[in-house]
Design a protein around this ligand. Structure first.
Ligand SMILES: Cc1cc2nc3c(=O)[nH]c(=O)nc-3n(C[C@H](O)[C@H](O)[C@H](O)COP(=O)(O)O)c2cc1C
Length: 346
């Protein structure tokens, strides 16, 4: 409610400045998060990998890059929070302006290039006590070679291991030169084998929506072969006509949906966390219909604020009530045909 009143004013200013202001306030006064009055509902809890998420909607990477507002976001109705992308060394990222709004299309474009405070500063902000699972999204520094990045990512994983529930390897941002070319089996095999020596936490691979479908399938089989917990699909999409960087929100939705469909249709025993243009309970139901469980959001949260999660979670509870389901876990444990029958009911 408050956010919808403030939004016309906030959207008047540079998106990154507004973002920094909100993160700053949330960092200084984490209690503000509680003012939204959201209480986690046990009926929405579900197991994703080895973590118990507080609900099916996670916060996607990039909003709390530096883990500055984890307390705040823990009270927003998210099921889990992914911070980062964290790199070993701090870096400034690309030149500003580097976030752009497309208001009629509920979309954003960013060309940030992993600006972040670096591993050690971010690690110092993490406490072991938390009410919600945290994931660390990790990436390589801009100047590092693929060979150097193996050690870099290993150091990040070893350092954060006791403080997070899962790791996401981000080789799919369009804003670090050459990064997407690391979505190659040889590199990924080497990397994940190294990381698995350093952690037993859940490991995910985050992929781009711009990959050929054959490549998506190849990477899914690789994730399964390497015994990763799963994949996070997708990152932002390139749309050169709009400018450099990656586009998110409604303009990404169809492209991301194709990747979700492809991954879920494979029915591999890996988690597929769907992200890209998700903004309401109907979007989530369409993921459930394909066999998915958890999703993440970023852009819709920027456009709708805290009410987004309140609304989605309330709609899910109503759906459970209407269908006499004890909890979400019960629904998501049903065979797919039974799930679809329930979803098809008017
Ligand atoms: C401004 C901005 C910064 C982002 N930064 C990151 C990042 O650092 N690491 C990452 O893996 N994804 C990043 N993302 C991508 C999101 O995590 C997500 O995959 C993408 O935005 C699609 O979801 P959405 O349509 O709900 O926004 C960023 C997205 C935006 C809009």
């Amino acid at each position: 409610m408050l956010y919808s009143l403030l939004k016309p004013l906030l959207f008047h200013f540079d998106p990154e400045k507004v973002h920094e202001l909100i993160i700053h306030i949330a960092h200084l006064s984490p209690q503000i998060g509680k003012l939204t009055g959201y209480k986690h509902n046990q009926r929405l809890r579900l197991k994703i990998g080895n973590s118990i998420w507080n609900g099916p909607v996670g916060l996607a990477a990039g909003l709390d890059k530096n883990a500055e507002a984890l307390d705040f976001f823990s009270h927003q109705g998210f099921g889990a929070i992914e911070f980062g992308t964290v790199t070993l060394q701090p870096q400034l990222g690309n030149d500003r302006p580097r976030i752009f709004r497309y208001i009629p299309e509920n979309s954003l474009r960013n060309s940030m290039g992993f600006p972040n405070h670096g591993l050690l500063t971010i690690e110092s902000r993490l406490s072991r006590e938390k009410i919600i699972p945290f994931g660390a999204n990790i990436g390589k520094n801009k100047e590092s070679t693929p060979e150097e990045s193996l050690d870099e990512l290993g150091t990040i994983v070893a350092t954060l291991n006791d403080k997070v529930d899962y790791f996401v390897v981000n080789v799919s941002s369009p804003n670090t030169p050459g990064l997407r070319s690391l979505q190659e089996p040889d590199y990924l095999r080497k990397l994940f084998c190294e990381l698995q020596k350093l952690t037993s936490k859940d490991l995910y691979l985050k992929i781009a929506p711009d990959l050929e479908i054959d490549k998506v399938i190849e990477l899914a089989h690789l994730a399964h072969e390497l015994k990763l917990t799963g994949m996070i699909a997708t990152n932002t999409t390139i749309m050169p006509a709009k400018g450099p960087g990656g586009v998110s929100g409604s303009l990404l939705k169809l492209k991301a949906r194709k990747v979700h469909e492809t991954l879920l249709n494979l029915k591999l025993p890996i988690e597929v966390i769907c992200v890209g243009g998700i903004s309401n309970v109907e979007d989530i139901k369409s993921i459930w219909r394909m066999g998915g469980k958890a999703v993440q959001v970023y852009t819709a949260y920027v456009f709708e604020g805290p009410d987004l999660l309140k609304k989605i979670n309330k709609d899910i509870i109503q759906f459970l009530d209407k269908n006499n389901l004890i909890d979400l876990n019960q629904f998501l444990s049903l065979p797919l045909e039974d799930r679809v029958k329930i979803l098809d009911q008017p």
